[in-house]
Design a protein around this ligand. Structure first.
Ligand code: ATP
Ligand SMILES: Nc1nc2c(ncn2[C@@H]2O[C@H](COP(=O)(O)O)[C@@H](O)[C@H]2O)c(=O)[nH]1
Length: 207
């Protein structure tokens, strides 16, 4: 019998564009270097400073479609005119090796992952307010006015899907948000480790 306690956690971190998912993940990388980060494929153009294979695997639409056809993506979604998707094999290999992996993805993709991995840990990162969310996207300085409008309009619908997540974390201060996420991960490990020995022993009995 497969013991889920031996597998790593699949952690999904979603939240509207500009809430600070990338910023929080960067700090988590420093605070919790044992966590593995999934690198997504996308058809959007790289921003200044973004590196292929580090921030994203940058693909043409044709290349992305081939990845879909070859069933190489665990999930994918269209977001504000571009495609984004999670390479499947890296996620599977990581959790099978007993390591925890974080997917930083938008909500449509997160819901697809939930169907395939209901045992995943689904965390929604919330902005302190919609005004502050807009302020963060604008201040980042990476988006055109059109893109800011589209991202803000999608954000309102995304926040409505909060109820499908296991946890909501407000990104008021990056340090506090990271501390809450690390507490969630610790608690999820405890939950699985506490339950699995009992489950395994009674599974032996009923076999
Ligand atoms: N807690 C915070 N307080 C103030 N500013 C923040 C906070 N967290 C992130 N920011 C700033 O908000 C902007 C957006 O952050 P970031 O790029 O991490 O968001 P994101 O959710 O990853 O966006 P996207 O989904 O578009 O990639 C950045 O300029 C970042 O420095
Ligand atoms: N469904 C997926 N969404 C993803 C993936 N990788 C990133 N994202 C999300 O897309 C938006 C826009 O990202 P940006 O880098 O253009 O600002 C944001 O919400 C990301 O979290 C993915 O593999 N699948």
């Amino acid at each position: 019998m497969t013991n889920n306690a031996d597998k790593g956690l699949l952690i999904v971190l979603s939240g509207p564009s500009g809430v600070g998912k990338g910023t929080v993940c960067s700090m988590l990388r420093k605070l919790a270097p044992e966590l593995v980060y999934s690198v997504s494929a996308t058809t959007r153009s790289p921003r200044a400073g973004e590196v292929d294979g580090v921030n994203y695997f940058f693909k043409t639409k044709e290349q992305f479609r081939s990845m879909i056809e070859r069933d190489e993506l665990l999930e994918w979604a269209e977001y504000v005119g571009n495609y984004y998707g999670t390479p499947r094999s890296f996620v599977n290999d990581t959790i099978r090796a007993g390591k925890d992996i974080i997917l930083e993805i938008e909500v449509q993709g997160a819901m697809k992952v939930k169907q395939k991995f209901p045992e995943g840990v689904f965390i929604f990162l919330m902005p302190p307010s919609l005004g502050e969310l807009k302020n963060r996207i604008v201040t980042r300085g990476t988006e055109t006015d059109d893109s800011i409008r589209s991202r803000m309009s999608v954000a309102v619908d995304e926040i409505k899907l909060l109820e499908h997540y296991d946890y909501a974390v407000v990104n008021d201060q990056v340090e506090s948000a990271c501390a809450r996420i690390r507490s969630i991960i610790t608690a999820e490990h405890c939950r699985r480790e506490r339950i699995m020995p009992y489950v395994n022993s009674w599974m032996e009995e009923v076999r």
